[in-house]
Design a protein around this ligand. Structure first.
Ligand code: UDP
Ligand code: MG
Length: 160
């Protein structure tokens, strides 16, 4: 059995990706899931959660000293989010690339933020930025675990 945080550096690497309240409100959930599915990644965990203020503060605890922390947590708990656990080779780095840069202005068209966002505080999506962050975030958002299922097309996605 693979632990919830996956096996970094292998095809079983896992990351936590979320569609933030703005992405849900704007109807971008299907598009975002489709991008990762089409690339070949495997969805192993998926649910909608309306974060409490405490959950938002825990999720963003590394930013608690920043001036924007209160407004960020207010926003993150303002409506439901889509919590996802995606699995596959290099998914932590690739997930961040597919999201785009934190700042929408720096995000290339073709990335989620580069295609759909304008403002820093409304940048649609979240993704773990390291294996350590992925482990913490997956344990926080998926305490019940995820699904270790075999995807039959994997031999057409991976050489080995
Ligand atoms: N953020 C903000 N103001 C800032 C920096 C960040 O509102 O000056 C928000 C932004 O929405 C970002 C989130 O806080 O996505 C978390 O910041 P982080 O630096 O972790 O960026 P991310 O990992 O989401 O790219
Ligand atoms: Mg971050």
């Amino acid at each position: 059995k693979v632990p919830v945080y996956g096996v970094p550096g292998t095809n079983r690497e896992r990351t936590f990706l979320a569609v933030k309240p703005d992405g849900v409100q704007r109807g971008l959930v299907g598009d975002i899931i489709a991008r990762f599915e089409k690339r070949g990644y495997k969805l192993v965990g998926l649910k909608m959660v309306w974060p409490t203020m405490e959950m938002a503060q825990t999720h963003y605890k590394d930013l608690s000293k920043k001036p924007f922390f209160p407004s960020l947590c207010q926003f993150f708990s303002s409506g439901p989010i889509i919590c996802m656990c995606w699995e596959g080779k290099d998914i932590i780095k690739q997930g961040r690339q597919m999201l785009g840069e934190t700042q929408p202005l720096a995000s290339k068209p073709g990335s989620i933020r580069g295609d759909y966002s304008i403002d820093l505080g409304r940048n649609i999506c979240h993704g773990s930025d390291s294996p350590e962050a992925a482990a913490h975030e997956l344990e926080m958002w998926f305490p019940e675990g995820v699904n270790d299922w075999g995807k039959t097309v994997d031999s057409w996605v991976y050489e080995s």
